[in-house]
Design a protein around this ligand. Structure first.
Ligand code: BG6
Length: 516
């Protein structure tokens, strides 16, 4: 296991950083990005558009190149066309011909398979040529948007071809996408393979939730204000609900998802990262090292609540209605085994064993084909110790809640009781809303824009380190083993809020899920 301190703290040691004008955009230096897996969905829908958006925002250098590596029998122009189509279809910012033309000049394609040494020799030659033609300066980011079982061979090829070891003063970074293994053992193996080729400071593990503005705002909300921190603890908070609900199904994703399931796909990474940011102690500074130290401390304190048959729930979507359309169940989606036991809904209860959080359950849930798409963190507060009203006056009064809406309608809502206008002292819940859309003129960048730029700048703050990944598996492994031994997930109708066992899980403790 590599300790968090092994990653040099570039921000901490850079005295210029604090003096930099914060309004100046951070522009990457000369470099090339190589994407492995360019024919995949992620590359097409997120990575290529994000690179264009960065170029469009003036955040890429003139000396930039994009290289695709794949088995397809393509020339540079064919790949250029693929990138163009992806940009036209999925870019966030408007299309500008001159930006595209400049980007297109630096697009190259290398044809080959991962086990073909000569293909990697050609890749090295292509990058050398680009260093001269485009001035990319020998700096390269290798983006592995490929299945994890291909990581070892690609890393080994990058080592053999000398690409993993840059010459003096240049950098070579590897970007890896989840899943980082399927349990603790496989994550450790994967980490040791990657770290045998790239030092930890050159490894950037993408958890795209950390690139979302609203997720970064958790830290601003907590630590830039005097208001919240005093109540951010077990004296006031009754429980925390972290929800990532999606309305989409899994058509077309069987290859990735069957056998993986909701807990590995989302809880192990996105939701545990959200929990860490919600629960961590104030870092000494926002240097990458200090932030990672606090995340590691809090993840070390997280334990599954037991017994698991009462504190967890899992489900699999059945047919139903969504957005006015009839949709099929998972077992009828193309590519899924007819007897697949893959869960598409998962809920777990966690304890955070620190002085601040002892006794406050954290409920995490995620699912496909749920009522609507929403990701939120809700701190639900304890009831007032005494209500000096008639019970009938407060019938419609719930618990106070602070809700951080990660998406959509990014913002923060505070729910509290207010007097209903009229002669009676009737009290009912109302919401006070902050919305990004109306408070700020700028649109939020896509998570991948921020994260790719950070890779090129060598800014590690938003990337989980080895130890975080392994701690997250340590938390989740027992529930995965338990589920593997205990039958099938419970079916739930598409368009609803998950299986009845998930409701029962909370009801047992006298609580209920929010219906966002
Ligand atoms: C990915 C998961 O990490 O996140 C997908 O693999 C999920 O299953 C996606 O659909 C959701 O991302 P977002 O940004 O749309 O919430």
């Amino acid at each position: 296991m590599t300790a968090v301190n092994d990653r040099p703290d570039t921000t901490w040691h850079n005295p210029l950083r604090d003096k930099r004008d914060k309004r100046m955009p951070r522009i990457a230096g000369p470099c090339g990005v190589v994407i492995f897996g360019v024919t995949g969905d992620l590359a097409r829908k997120k990575l290529m558009p994000a690179i264009y958006d960065l170029a469009n925002r003036g955040l890429l250098p003139a000396s930039f190149a994009l290289v695709g590596f794949a088995r397809r029998d393509w020339e540079d122009e064919d790949f250029g066309q693929v990138v163009y189509d992806a940009v036209r279809q999925h870019a966030r910012t408007p299309f500008r011909q001159e930006v595209w033309d400049r980007l297109a000049e630096g697009i190259r394609f290398v044809q080959g398979t991962f086990d073909d040494d000569t293909a990697f020799t050609r890749l090295a030659e292509t990058l050398d040529k680009l260093d001269i033609e485009r001035g990319t300066g020998g700096n390269h980011a290798f983006y592995l948007s490929i299945p994890p079982n291909a990581f070892p061979v690609v890393c080994e090829q990058l080592r053999k071809s000398g690409l993993a070891k840059p010459r003096d003063g240049r950098w070579s970074r590897v970007v890896i996408e989840k899943p980082f293994g399927h349990d603790l053992g496989s994550a450790r193996e994967l980490n040791s393979v990657v770290n045998s080729v790239f030092p930890e400071e050159s490894v950037f593990r993408i958890d795209h939730y950390l690139g979302k503005e609203t997720v970064q705002n958790i830290l601003a909300l907590r630590f830039a204000n005097a208001l919240y921190e005093p109540i951010w603890n077990n004296n006031y908070v009754d429980h925390v609900q972290i929800t990532m609900a999606e309305d989409i199904g899994l058509g077309g994703r069987a290859g990735y998802y069957d056998g993986i399931g909701a807990a590995r796909d989302v809880i192990q990474n996105h939701l545990l990262q959200l929990l860490a940011l919600t629960a961590l102690e104030e870092p000494v500074s926002f240097s990458p090292h200090e932030l990672q130290t606090e995340k590691i401390k809090i993840l070390s304190a997280v334990k599954l609540a037991e017994p698991l048959d009462e504190t967890t729930a899992r489900g699999q979507y059945a047919a139903g209605w969504q957005g006015g359309e009839k949709v099929v169940g998972l077992l009828d989606e193309e590519g899924f085994a007819k007897d697949s036991t893959t869960e598409t809904y998962a809920a777990i209860t966690l304890e955070v064993n620190t002085r601040r959080w002892a006794g406050v359950p954290f409920y995490l849930r995620t699912g496909k084909r749920l009522g609507r798409r929403v990701t939120e963190i809700a701190l639900v507060f304890k009831r007032a110790p005494h209500l000096p009203f008639d019970a009938t006056m407060t019938e419609e009064l719930g618990q106070n809640a602070l809700v951080i809406r990660v998406q959509p309608d990014e913002g923060i809502t505070l729910r509290f009781g207010s007097k209903v206008p009229g002669s009676a002292m009737e009290v009912r819940d109302v919401n006070m809303d902050f919305s990004y859309g109306s408070a700020f003129a700028e649109d939020s960048p896509e998570a991948y824009e921020r994260l790719i730029l950070d890779v090129l700048l060598g800014e590690p703050s938003l990337f989980p380190v080895n130890e975080e990944v392994e701690l997250s598996w340590e938390i989740l492994d027992p529930v995965l083993e338990y589920w593997a031994q205990h039958g099938k997930p419970e079916p739930y109708e598409s368009g609803t809020w998950g299986p009845p066992s998930a409701d029962a899980m909370l009801r047992r403790t006298g609580r209920e899920w929010r219906r966002p």
